[in-house]
Design a protein around this ligand. Structure first.
Ligand SMILES: O=C(O)CCC(=O)C(=O)O
Ligand SMILES: [Fe+2]
Length: 274
């Protein structure tokens, strides 16, 4: 926690996914054979339809650095491919604990408790540097191919031109920075590294990051919430709900989340007392 979580320095677990049946199993071929028609979250701008798994795999296997496939191409595993969850068990890898998003109380609220499949091709860049909504911590499990990540340790918001308006996304194009427009970006000290099949990347909550697919890649990402990020999470619940649905709904959601957090906190205490 002191060396990685607190300063916002990412951590790679080299073999945590060995407990998952999915480890070594998930390949483009496997998805083509098992779920050819599953629909991606992403819409093909030409046809107006969601890309199917077959189309996604065609896109990433034909992607190149000169002409990259759209990135990210995602699938909501929790909702669209729930039968895959048994290949990802225990979801927490026995490391991402405690995780209140695994509790039924938080699975109702749609507060980021989804397990997502990310598919990419060579040259595919996450469109912006960002921090994750609701201040959740992210666990990104690379199961096929190589993906490069860029992470900014805590305290570099100024160099990323984070403002009230750009609270979640930086306007800086970190891949091709324009130093005339963003001169302070010169002072940023990003950490750039590659995560390969079988490895798990932990990005602590509130830490700014982006991704760059180097080969056809498949990863499974899930989020983590517990007592550490709960206060920031609650503040986001209020802000997002208030903006989205107004004060009465925000009060209800806030109350529900607060009570759920209190229950999870007690459950943590009981579990650690065992
Ligand atoms: O492309 C990736 O693997 C990173 C995705 C990410 O940072 C996100 O969805 O918040
Ligand atoms: Fe993210």
């Amino acid at each position: 926690m002191e060396e990685h979580h607190n300063p916002g320095i990412p951590l790679i677990f080299t073999d945590a996914t060995k407990v998952w049946k999915a480890n070594g199993l998930l390949t483009p071929k496997w998805f083509r054979e098992n779920y050819p028609q599953k629909e991606s979250d992403v819409i093909d701008k030409l046809t107006g339809k969601h890309y199917t798994m077959t189309e996604v795999m065609d896109l990433v296997e034909n992607s190149s650095f000169e002409k990259p496939a759209p990135y990210p191409l995602t699938f909501n595993i929790t909702k669209e491919i729930p039968e895959m969850m048994n290949l990802l068990s225990p979801l927490n890898l026995n490391y991402a604990k405690p995780n209140w998003l695994e509790d039924k109380l938080f699975q109702r609220g749609n507060w980021g408790g989804v397990t997502e499949l990310f598919v990419g091709g060579p040259g595919g860049r996450f469109p912006y540097v960002h921090k994750d909504y609701y201040h959740l911590s992210a666990w990104i499990n690379q199961l096929y191919g190589d993906k490069q990540f860029t992470v900014f340790p805590r305290g570099q918001e100024e160099f990323l031109y984070v403002t009230e308006k750009n609270q979640w996304r930086s306007p800086v194009n970190i891949f091709e920075p324009d130093y005339n427009l963003h001169p302070k970006f010169k002072h940023a000290t990003p950490i750039t590294f590659t995560v390969t099949a079988g490895e798990t990347l932990y990005i602590p909550f509130g830490v700014w990051h982006s991704a760059y697919s180097l080969t056809p890649t498949i990863s499974v990402a899930f989020d983590q919430l517990n007592a550490k990020n709960f206060p920031l999470f609650m503040s986001d619940v209020w802000t997002f709900k208030n903006e989205e649905s107004g004060k009465p709904k925000a009060i209800a959601a806030y109350g529900y989340a607060m009570a759920s957090g209190a229950v999870c906190k007690v459950k943590d205490k009981l579990a650690s007392a065992k």
